[in-house]
Design a binder for this molecule. Structure first.
Ligand code: PLP
Length: 427
């Protein structure tokens, strides 16, 4: 049932899964095993030589994880996907397939704080550079590209909140330069936005957030759009040059429109190793079954909360693309017509101290560094997630001293608003 003609909600329940052939189990079993027995010596040789698909060792493939991969690929409209231990390891493996020392990534300044750290500090140790696009428009990305650029990296709905990126125009700039556009679709999920349909080449996820949706399991995914022509230049040797460890196989020739996903698996995941546990793959699959129901409720609740905050006297501004007067409302209509998601920021007239106190006063909201839980969550980025950034980086990332970020849950919206009202009024 991974048939692309099926509706989104049907795919969310069925894609990649079928009753277990051995036991008839209807839910996908948790294949809690590290390794798999070969049929015979020839079968083993074919698996190791990439001449046959199959399971060898759970670091590289696992049947529970395989269902998760097929499901995420189907929901994004991609050709294949790779599930890994976390969103950050998905980013690591995706860039590992594209980069070499001296190469750079052109990235949006509006990113998850952890991604800014990863790109700025850890990737430097691999000799991978990052060039930040000055602004969020396509021209800024174009201006940052040079001959060593190997990818553009953006979020669809950008963290900490309120921004909807112009995927189509930025994809055009990437393609003109012969590099892929990689979109982190964590905050939107494919229910609200499908970046591949707007020209993106690769989609990344932290499945930890809305995809799993219950705040109980870590995971990440890389989705291959299947359309990028890796062989059009010599920029991507991992995909286009013979692999000595696989008898000279050339990945893009052998695997065509799933070459990128294969590269991330058989080189990246094999050697860097951030495999997802089968138990987490199962938990995330269970969450994804209700993705459409949850995301609509998250977005509808967030819309109501944003409208409420806009009218409160302690609030200076609200940045939510679902508000008609928001600068990103037109982008929202184009890229996320069903809703602007659950995560957004607002500014308090009382600045840094008011931010800290609001978090203290809230009762229903949990104060923690996560998004995409069924529960409503709050954080004051300047004193927590974005604390390690410079003041300039904080403001560029939308995390100035007065900024509060919320991830609106699926509780009764009246209860969410009542909690915010008491906490704001007590400031
Ligand atoms: C959380 C998050 C990540 C990192 O994902 P982990 O699963 O925590 O490693 C990356 N991008 C965005 C937008 C996120 O919200």
């Amino acid at each position: 049932m991974s048939d692309q003609s099926k509706g989104f909600d049907t795919l969310a329940v069925h894609a990649g899964a079928k009753p277990d052939p051995t036991t008839g189990a209807r839910a996908t079993p948790i294949y809690q095993t590290t390794s798999f027995v070969f049929d015979d010596v020839d079968h083993a040789a074919a698996l190791f030589g990439l001449q046959a698909f199959g399971n060898i060792y759970t670091r590289i493939t696992n049947p529970t994880t395989d269902v998760l991969e097929q499901r995420v690929a189907a929901l994004e409209g991609g050709t294949a996907a790779l599930a890994v231990a976390s969103g950050h390891s998905a980013q690591l493996l995706a860039f590992h397939s594209l980069m070499a020392p001296g190469c750079n990534i052109v990235a949006a300044k509006r990113l998850y704080g952890g991604s800014i750290n990863q790109l700025t500090h850890s990737f430097k140790n691999f000799g991978w550079g990052v060039k930040w696009a000055e602004n969020l428009d396509a021209a800024s990305f174009k201006a940052a590209i040079d001959e060593n650029t190997r990818a553009i990296f953006i979020e669809s709905l950008a963290n900490p909140g309120g921004v909807v990126m112009d995927i189509e125009s930025i994809a055009a700039v990437a393609h003109e330069a012969g590099v892929p556009l990689i979109v982190d679709n964590t905050m939107a999920t494919p229910y609200l936005c499908q970046p591949l349909k707007h020209g993106a080449d690769i989609v990344l996820h932290s499945l930890t957030k809305f995809m799993g949706g219950h705040g109980n399991s870590m995971g990440g995914a890389i989705v291959d759009g299947g359309t990028f022509d890796w062989g059009a230049s010599d920029k991507f040797p991992m995909l286009t040059e013979p692999r000595p460890e696989y008898n000279g196989v050339v990945l893009n020739k052998t695997f065509g429109n799933i070459a990128f996903a294969i590269c991330c698996r058989v080189l990246g995941l094999r050697d860097l190793g951030p495999a997802i546990s089968p138990q987490n793959a199962f938990n995330l699959l269970t969450g994804i079954e209700t993705l459409a129901l949850r995301m609509q409720r998250h977005s509808d609740n967030a819309q109501r909360v944003a409208e409420f905050l806009q009218t409160h006297s302690a609030v200076e501004w609200v940045s939510y693309a679902g508000l008609p007067n928001d600068p990103f409302n037109a982008m929202k209509q184009k890229y996320c017509p069903k809703g602007a998601g659950a995560v957004f920021t607002f500014g308090l007239k009382g600045g840094y101290d008011a931010g800290v106190n609001l978090v203290k006063n809230l009762e229903l909201f949990s104060h923690l560094a996560n998004i995409g839980d069924t529960r409503s969550l709050v954080i004051h980025p300047a004193s927590t997630t974005h604390r390690q950034l410079t003041d300039e980086q904080k403001s560029a990332a939308g995390a100035g001293p007065d900024v509060v970020r919320v991830s609106i849950g699926i509780e009764d919206v009246e209860d969410i608003i009542a909690d915010l009202n008491q906490a704001l009024s007590a400031l």
